[in-house]
Design a protein around this ligand. Structure first.
Ligand code: C5P
Length: 237
């Protein structure tokens, strides 16, 4: 599978995201639409961005009883997005229901990716609040294996976990990885960061990059730099 860079379009309104995408002209990067924009603008924002020619990762992280997730995924499949996600902690049964709902009448469907443990959760919260036994690594790998059992396509993880996920679930199991920063960019609120070049070497399939592109002086140049490092495996200074 071809590696790709997904731009996290974390904008509050349609105008903001459209102005941003217009900067790219004929170039049509793969974009991620999250809850902020989707809840503000509704499903029509997805149709409009799709119409402009972009691939879309719709990041709504579904988590509910299997029947509800199946029906919600059916609605999302009609939006013609390219990738959607859910929480693997919803169980194998829920993920299988999601796959069923997502599969269109002609047999095609968007890629389905699972969230393992959110990176905002620390070890203490995992054991003391959530009462989950096992280390973070063990929990992430367990969730990835459940995702594989359910037949979904891959998981969201840190580039630093990608190799372990691939070892446990196979090379073709997709690793979608946020937490990306250039050597010379700000860390913002990301704690464990990797450059696009290193993410490429670590075997990630997709990197999700937000602020290093959206808040760059020249977003198009920043996007191209990501592609150069990640897709073509060329280090930049
Ligand atoms: O701006 P930045 O590059 O940090 O954006 C990363 C994107 O990836 C954001 O949309 C964020 O919500 C998302 N994300 C993340 N860590 C996860 C899952 C998703 O940063 N574990």
């Amino acid at each position: 599978m071809k590696k790709d860079v997904i731009i996290a379009c974390d904008f509050p309104s349609k105008n903001d995201v459209m102005d941003f995408l217009d900067l790219f002209g004929k170039e049509k990067p793969f974009v991620k639409i999250g809850m902020e924009l989707f809840y503000a603008e509704g499903p029509d924002i997805v149709r409009q961005i799709k119409k402009k020619g972009h691939k879309i990762f719709l990041d709504l992280k579904l988590h509910d009883i299997p029947n509800t997730v199946e029906r919600a995924m059916r609605s999302l499949s009609l939006l013609d997005v390219d990738m959607v996600n859910l929480h693997t902690s919803g169980t194998v049964k829920m993920m299988q229901a999601a796959l069923k709902g997502l599969t269109r009448e002609d047999g095609t469907r968007p890629l389905l990716i699972g969230v393992t443990q959110l990176t905002s959760i620390n070890d203490q919260e995992l054991s003391e609040e959530l009462m989950i036994n096992g280390t973070m690594d063990e929990v992430v790998i367990n969730y990835a294996k459940l995702a594989l059992t359910a037949g979904i396509d891959g998981v969201v993880c840190s580039p630093l976990e990608a190799e372990k996920v691939k070892n446990a679930c196979g090379a073709s199991f997709i690793a979608v990885t946020p937490g990306i920063r250039f050597k010379d960019s700000k860390k913002d609120d990301q704690a464990r960061i990797t450059t696009p070049y290193d993410a490429s070497k670590m075997g990630c399939d997709y990197i999700v990059v937000g602020r290093p592109i959206t808040q760059a002086d020249d977003p198009v140049a920043a996007y191209r730099r990501c592609v150069h490092e990640f897709v073509y495996g060329k280090e930049t200074e």
